[in-house]
Design a protein around this ligand. Structure first.
Ligand code: AMP
Length: 281
């Protein structure tokens, strides 16, 4: 597996592949890799002639300096995992390589980013869109793989790719969970053992919200029901739980309001912010 630190190295690797008509599957990550990331790599590997992952803790998408400072960084381990998953190459640049100057471009997704993550993390999707579009220009992938775990991010990236005519197919990959239902996340590493014991309540509350909504048909009541369950754990600070149209991400009131409905949640547990979502309909 080749490990690149510079944009130039990746560009010449990608050009050689393209000249040989070999398609590139791309998996952008921030490292601290787990089975969720590796399932993306396996999909990329299966459906392309070659697979490249990137590992870059992107400062422009953090709206909280502490979160950026505390984000787990485990490069050596990550490289071992990627190699055993069959990844062909890794791009692991430093911040200077990606941002030789402070970017001036601002990307705004309108209504798509006025809800949920966008509302609670101002500027987050501007940073995500900047780094992903830079990476797409560097890697020129035929396909890029994103987890449904970050549901709004996937919607934003699909929107960006369409609106800017990127020649890259965006592939969404189902969320990989621990046996007790907790969605795998790099941030789970920062949960204390006691918090880790409580964390599956987040997924359980999504399931309770879904079941209540499908049975009684009222979003407000379903959310209140799920919130009441979460209140049993004083360690959990609630941020949002929403039932949204899976395409537009706008809130729905009743099951017939959208063809596909997604339940999305964000909470704080100790020092860690956790997000998750499930399909409702
Ligand atoms: P991150 O390193 O957190 O930026 O995540 C990199 C990619 O992995 C993103 O597309 C995430 O949505 C995806 N991802 C993170 N956790 C999971 C998971 N549990 N299952 C599937 N994909 C995931």
């Amino acid at each position: 597996m080749q490990v690149f630190k510079t944009i130039q190295e990746v560009r010449s690797w990608a050009r050689r592949r393209q000249n040989a008509s070999k398609s590139i599957g791309f998996v952008p990550t921030m490292g601290a890799l787990h089975e969720g990331h590796l399932s993306l790599v396996r999909c990329a590997k299966q459906n392309n002639d070659g697979c490249i992952a990137s590992i870059f803790v992107n400062p422009t998408q953090f709206n909280n300096a502490e979160d950026l400072k505390n984000y787990p960084r485990t490069l050596e381990n990550d490289l071992r995992k990627l190699e055993s998953a069959g990844c062909d190459a890794v791009f692991a640049p430093d911040a200077e390589q990606m941002y030789s100057r402070k970017p001036r471009l601002q990307i705004n997704f309108g209504a798509l980013e006025e809800v949920m993550e966008g509302a609670f993390r101002p500027g987050h999707f501007n940073g995500v869109a900047l780094v992903v579009s830079k990476l797409f220009h560097i890697v020129s992938p035929a396909r890029a793989y994103f987890g449904e775990k970050d549901f709004q991010q996937l919607a934003v990236i699909r929107c960006m790719t369409k609106d800017l005519s990127f020649d890259t197919e965006i592939v969404g990959v189902p969320t990989v969970r621990e046996e007790d239902g907790l969605a795998m996340s790099s941030r789970n590493l920062r949960l204390t053992p006691a918090e880790r014991g409580i964390a599956p309540a987040v997924y359980q509350s999504l399931q309770a919200c879904r079941d209540h909504f499908l049975k009684f048909g009222q979003a407000k009541e379903a959310v209140a029901h799920a919130r009441a369950l979460l209140k049993r754990h004083p360690e959990i600070t609630f941020e949002y739980l929403e039932l949204v149209d899976a395409e537009t991400l706008q809130p729905v009131a009743e099951p017939d309001d959208a063809a596909h409905v997604q339940a999305c949640i964000a909470v704080h547990l100790g020092q860690v912010r956790l997000i998750d979502n499930i399909s409702v309909k």
